[in-house]
Write a protein that binds this ligand. Structure first.
Ligand code: ADP
Ligand code: ADP
Length: 222
C-alpha cells in the first residue's frame, strides 16, 4: 500500500533529514516510527501526507507516485489520509461537532449525514455527549480524541499520527493507543511517529526505527 523506494530528503545545508530510506507498509498494518527527536519521523510523515516531496527516490501510495500529483489531485489525495498532530490543531471558536465535520462540510456532505457520522465517531472515542462543547472546555486527552474523530471523518484508508500523545499523560496516552488499535482493527493502516519507548512497548506492533534520517531497524512482534 505504501512504498518508499530509496527516499532521500535534503534541506540544503547539513545532514539529510531522510537518507536512502526504503520501506513497504501493507494495508492494515500498524507501524510505529521510532527514533529520537531529529531522526526524520516528521519528515517521513510529511512525505506521506504529500506536504513535502522527496529530493530523490519515490514515495508510492496505492501505486501512485505522490510527486506526480497535480495541485487538485494533491488535495483529493490528502482527503484519503487522516492526520493527527501532537498539538491537536482544533479550531477554538468551533464546537466539537463543527471541528469534526469541517472537511465533510467543505466536501458537501449533507448536514444530517455530517451529524450522524460525527456522532458515530465521537461515540467511538467516548465523547458523544460533548458535541456542543468548545475545545478549550475539554481536557487535553479529550481534545486529542476529538482530533482523532476529525481525522476519521472521511473514512481514510491511512491514519498518520505525529507524536499524538506528546502532550498527554501516561493514562491518556494509553487510551489514545487503545483507540488507534481499534481503528486499525477495523482495517485502517496506521503509521504513528513517536519517540516514546513505553508507548511502543504497549502497542506491540511493527517498529521501524530511524536514526539520523536512516532506517536502522524494522522489527515485528513475534
Ligand atoms: P523527527 O520528527 O524525528 O524529530 P524531523 O523529521 O522533524 O525529525 O527532522 C529531521 C531533520 O531534518 C532534523 O535535523 C530537522 O532539523 C531537519 N528538518 C526538518 N524539517 C526541516 C525544514 N523544513 N528545514 C530544514 N531542516 C529541517
Ligand atoms: P517533531 O520532530 O517534534 O515532530 P515538528 O514536526 O514540529 O517536530 O517539526 C520538525 C521540523 O520540521 C521543524 O524544523 C519545523 O520547522 C519543520 N516543519 C514542521 N512542519 C513543517 C511543514 N509543514 N513544512 C515545513 N517544515 C515543517
Amino acid at each position: 500500500m505504501i512504498t518508499l523506494a530509496a527516499v532521500t530528503r535534503s534541506y540544503g545545508q547539513g545532514a539529510d533529514a531522510l537518507r536512502d530510506v526504503s520501506l513497504d507498509i501493507d494495508k492494515g498494518e500498524f507501524v510505529c516510527l521510532a527514533g529520537p527527536s531529529g531522526a526524520g519521523k516528521s519528515t517521513l510523515l510529511r512525505l506521506l501526507l504529500r506536504e513535502d516531496v522527496a529530493t530523490s527516490g519515490q514515495v508510492l501510495v496505492n501505486g501512485t507516485d505522490l510527486a506526480t500529483l497535480r495541485r487538485d489531485e494533491r488535495q483529493a489525495y490528502r482527503r484519503t489520509v487522516g492526520f493527527v498532530f501532537q498539538d491537536f490543531k482544533l479550531l477554538p471558536a468551533r464546537t466539537v461537532f463543527e471541528n469534526v465535520a469541517t472537511v465533510a462540510r467543505v466536501m458537501g456532505m449533507p448536514r444530517s449525514q455530517q451529524w450522524r457520522r460525527a456522532s458515530m465517531l465521537l461515540q467511538q472515542v467516548g465523547l458523544q455527549h460533548r458535541m456542543e462543547a468548545f475545545p478549550l472546555q475539554l481536557s487535553g486527552g479529550e481534545q486529542q480524541r476529538v482530533a482523532i474523530a476529525r481525522a476519521l471523518m472521511n473514512a481514510p484508508s491511512i491514519l498518520l499520527a505525529d507524536e499524538p500523545t506528546g502532550n498527554l499523560d501516561r493514562a491518556l496516552s494509553l487510551e489514545v493507543m487503545d483507540i488507534f488499535r481499534d481503528i486499525n482493527a477495523s482495517g485502517t493502516t496506521v503509521v504513528m511517529a513517536t519517540h516514546d519507548q513505553d508507548l511502543i512497548a504497549y502497542v506491540r506492533r511493527r517498529v521501524v526505527q530511524l536514526q539520523h534520517g536512516q532506517l536502522v531497524g524494522d522489527r515485528r512482534p513475534s
